[in-house]
Structures are given as structure tokens and as C-alpha cells.
Write a protein that binds this ligand. Structure first.
Ligand code: GDP
Ligand code: MG
Length: 479
């Protein structure tokens, strides 16, 4: 929502953003209000006019327009004060909105460089210098403070048709978090221990198998890398991650994780898949998902987009037991893209959900990139349950996929960090612990009460008296 500048003088100062552009701009911030402070076609394309309206206003966003149809600019959480200083701002970013793109382009600062120079001239973000020499133009020098492709940022049209600045208001905070978490070293240790000491309910199963399913680029491979790193105590990148348009993960991988560099294997396997795509013909297909659920797909199976795995395919495991099956599914979704989930993608999820329900497999929702979605969380991960925006996204996801809110786990994966962070680890471990709890309910579901006449001792509970498991034929139909 935009607040216009109240003005007794005609013409009224109103935003030039179209509804679509406003929506895209808002998606960069989450739950905020934009208050128009300055509009160059009314107040003048001069540095003095800019500073007169925009100095000491707190977080602001620059919105520049050109005739090529680009709306682009810069966000900073810091004040403009004309101090002459190079201002460091980890939350600052450049962005670009264009009709040819579904989502805004967002460009974070180059590590170790400042965000802007706070001088008396027009706003100077190094790579983009606005109102230079009081002209309705922008200077473009990618590589200085920020890096981008000029054709993606502004279509190489440097003449501005309009230039606006908005105050970004109400990065709203919940006083009482919607989940209580202790952000302490003890909590992290306790979570690590609980995961390491986890034992599947069933004697014959040593490791719980958790399957990661979700759109391309949601952070499935990064989640495995992050958990692996957090347990090893240093950054690892065993799974290839990336941001190509289609899946960079083309093999089915069942990853084991070590507790420390020389430690034993953890009692869980994280199974990484190719990404889901909107198009029915591309990405991971539902028949393959069912084969994975049932344990028929071997580690390193090479996915094919043209056909699903068949009984005679290389990599098809014919004889499977309970250990090979999936015991919990984690749907992985990028928090920034919740509002952009298409109906086609929602339909794919619901088809997968139906299959998982039929096989009695519990499902959780992993909401990744909470740092990208909300500046409050980017600043401090322990704000995750205080952020109104993240709570709203979790609710939206829960509603659109029909999964209760209590099954939604926000996480931040390690993506470009070099060092581990305690709070990031805590959030990752909490999600993993939940998955193991749900895997337990899968095992519980497989157990039928004593039938001594049929009992098979090898399938007894690890710690209990004789119980037996349902066979494939008896799979519970949970809908
Ligand atoms: N900032 C941020 N980036 C992430 C996060 N998770 C993944 N990424 C980045 O998103 C991109 C896609 O991640 P990837 O794990 O390859 O997605 P996949 O296709 O689901 O396996 C990579 O560039 C990651 O570094 C996160 O929680 N925060
Ligand atoms: Mg991947």
C-alpha cells in the first residue's frame, strides 16, 4: 500500500507505479507500507531537492523509471545525511522490475564493499549513480559495490522519465514470537544430541529416510549441504546447488551425514531430487516420486524427463524393504516465491500429497530463504518467529498446500557464508528434529497390534514386545 504526499498545491503528488509494479516492488520487502517522499518531475531532478525530501527518513527505496519499461533502483535501511561517509549496509540491495520478467531482479552488495556514498550529490550506489550532475539520468558502473548485467537492470537505457523515493515503513514485528525458541548454545547441543541419538521405532530400520521435494531452486540441495555442514562443523558443498532455470540436480541422491568429520553416520538419510517444474513434461515426474516413496529408486539414478523409472530400468531396485522406503517427505519452498506459486505447481504438489497420503507418509513443509524474504530476518535470524511477514507466508503456504501450520518449518540454508552460525544451525536442526518425529509416526503407522500367530521377530519394535508391520497390500489409506 502506498501513501501519497499530501499536497495543497496542484498537481497532487502521486506514485507512478502501476499496480503490477507496486506488487512486485512490495514483494521485495514483505509486509511494508511505502510512503512517497519525493518525485523528481514535481520536485526537480536535483540532488538538493532529493536531500530536501529524503534525508534522515530511515529505510527508503529509490524507484527510477526509463522509457525502455524498466523500474529499478536501490533499497537502503540507513539514512541519507550528506556526511560524506561510505555507508555499510548489509540489507541494501539494487532491484529491477520489468514486464518481461515474472519476478523482480534483486542484487545484493558485493561482499566487503560499502552500499552507498552518503554525499551531497544524488544517491551514489557505485554501480548506479542517480541524479548525477542534477540530470534526469543514471550512471551505470556494474562491479562497483554491486554487480549486475546492464541489460537486465535497466535495458541499457540510462535516461530517466521519472525518479521517486519512498520511505519503507512498518517492517512489522510480533512482540510475542509465534514459536518459542531458545537461541542458545545449550539448545543447539541438545538438538544435535537428540538427532544423533535418534533411533527409528523399528528394529530392522537403522536410518529414517527423508525425501526433499520442491520446485527448482527452492533450496533442496542447499538444505542437505547446510545440515551436512552444521554437523561437520565446517562449510561443505557436497551437493551441487545453483540458480539455473532448470534443475541442476539431475540424479537421485540418498545422502548420509556424518556426525563430525570422523564421526559415525547419523540415523537419517536425506534424499535429494530433481526440481519440480510447472510444465507437466518437465522436471521430476509423479511416477518417479511414487517409485522413490516405495524405495525402488537406487542412489545416483539419473532422472530422465522423457520417461519415468521402470522395473527394467538400470537403477531400479526390485526387492525393497521398510528401510528403503521414504519415511517422511519435506516439501521445500522458497519463502520469497509463496505468492508466486502457480496453480499448476500447487496441482503438482497436491498430486504428490495424495500419493504420500495413500502410503501413509507424513509430510512437512520446509520454507527456505527466510533471510531473503524478510530484511528483519536477514539482519538477525532469531527474528524469524517475530516477523509478521514470515508468519504470513507460512500461513499462506499452509493454506495453499493444505498442510497444517504446525508442519511448516522456516529455515535459512547456508548459501554464501564461509562460517557456521549458531542460530542458523538451531533453525536447521529444529526442522530436522521435526522430520524425525514425523518419521516416527510413519513407523507407528506401520505397526499393527500384536498378531502372535503371524509375528516376524525381525520386524519387532526396537525396544518393545512383538508387533508386526502392515504389508504393501495393507498400506493404510490416509487422505
Ligand atoms: N539466501 C539464501 N539463499 C539460498 C537458501 N537456500 C538456497 N539458496 C540459494 O538458492 C539457490 C538454489 O539452491 P539449490 O539448493 O540449488 O536449490 P534446489 O534446486 O532446490 O536444489 C542457490 O544459489 C542457493 O545458494 C537460503 O535459505 N537463503
Ligand atoms: Mg538441487
Amino acid at each position: 500500500m502506498i501513501k501519497q504526499i499530501p499536497s495543497s498545491i496542484m498537481p497532487p503528488v502521486i506514485s507512478s507505479l502501476s499496480n503490477h509494479q507496486e506488487k512486485q516492488l512490495m514483494s521485495l520487502f514483505g509486509h511494508v507500507r511505502l510512503h512517497l517522499l519525493y518525485k523528481a518531475t514535481i520536485h526537480g531532478f536535483t540532488a538538493a531537492a532529493f536531500h530536501g525530501h529524503c534525508d534522515r527518513q530511515g529505510p527508503t527505496v529509490i524507484v527510477a523509471y526509463n522509457a525502455a519499461g524498466f523500474v529499478f533502483g536501490a533499497y537502503t535501511s540507513k539514512d541519507y545525511t550528506q556526511s560524506g561517509a561510505a555507508v555499510i549496509d548489509g540489507e541494501a540491495s539494487l532491484y529491477s522490475i520489468n514486464d518481461g520478467r515474472k519476478e523482480p531482479l534483486r542484487v545484493g552488495g558485493i561482499s566487503g564493499q560499502h552500499a552507498f556514498t552518503d554525499e551531497g550529490s544524488g544517491p551514489n550506489y557505485g554501480a548506479l549513480v542517480f541524479l548525477h550532475e542534477d540530470k534526469s539520468a543514471v550512471q551505470s558502473n556494474p562491479g562497483s559495490c554491486f554487480n549486475f548485467k546492464p541489460e537486465e537492470m535497466h535495458g541499457t537505457d540510462l535516461k530517466l522519465t521519472e525518479f521517486e523515493v519512498y520511505r519503507v515503513e512498518g517492517l512489522d514485528v510480533l512482540e510475542k514470537p509465534w514459536r518459542n525458541i531458545q537461541w542458545t548454545a545449550e539448545k543447539k547441543q541438545q538438538l544435535m544430541k537428540s538427532i544423533q541419538n535418534y533411533q527409528p521405532e523399528i528394529q530392522t530400520v537403522n536410518q529414517a529416510r527423508v525425501l526433499l521435494v520442491g520446485p527448482v531452486g527452492a533450496g533442496k540441495s542447499s538444505f542437505f549441504n547446510s545440515i551436512n555442514s552444521a554437523f561437520r562443523g565446517n562449510m561443505t558443498c557436497q551437493a551441487i546447488t545453483g540458480t539455473a532455470g532448470t534443475s541442476v540436480t539431475t540424479q537421485y541422491r540418498a545422502y548420509t551425514i556424518k556426525a563430525g568429520r570422523r564421526g559415525g553416520n547419523l540415523p537419517l538419510v536425506l534424499c535429494d531430487t530433481m526440481g519440480l517444474e510447472e510444465n507437466p513434461e518437465s522436471g521430476l515426474n509423479i511416477d518417479d516420486v511414487v517409485s522413490i516413496f516405495k524405495g525402488h529408486m537406487m542412489d545416483r539414478y539419473q532422472f530422465s524427463t522423457s520417461s519415468s523409472i521402470l522395473e527394467d530400468s538400470p537403477g531400479y531396485k526390485k526387492h525393497v524393504n521398510l528401510s528403503d522406503r521414504i519415511h517422511c517427505v519435506a516439501y521445500v519452498i522458497d519463502s520469497c516465491k509463496v505468492a508466486l506459486l502457480s496453480q499448476k505447481m500447487v496441482d503438482k504438489f497436491s498430486a504428490i500429497r495424495k500419493k504420500a497420503n495413500q502410503l501413509g507418509i507424513p509430510q512437512v513443509l520446509l520454507m527456505t530463504k527466510v533471510d531473503e524474504a524478510c530484511p528483519l530476518v536477514a539482519k538477525d535470524i532469531s527474528n524469524v518467529y517475530h516477523s509478521v511477514y514470515i508468519q504470513k507466508k507460512a500461513r499462506q503456504l499452509s493454506e495453499s498446500l493444505g498442510i497444517p501450520l504446525s508442519y511448516v518449518m522456516p529455515v535459512k540454508n547456508y548459501s554464501e557464508e564461509l562460517e557456521l552460525d549458531q542460530n542458523t544451525d538451531i533453525l536447521l536442526f529444529m526442522a530436522l528434529e521435526q522430520m524425525l518425529n514425523y518419521a516416527d509416526s510413519y513407523f507407528e503407522n506401520q505397526i499393527v497390534e500384536d498378531r502372535p500367530e503371524n509375528s516376524r521377530p525381525e520386524l519387532y519394535r526396537s525396544s518393545d514386545h512383538p508387533r508386526q508391520f502392515l504389508t504393501e497390500r495393507d498400506d493404510p489409506k490416509v487422505v
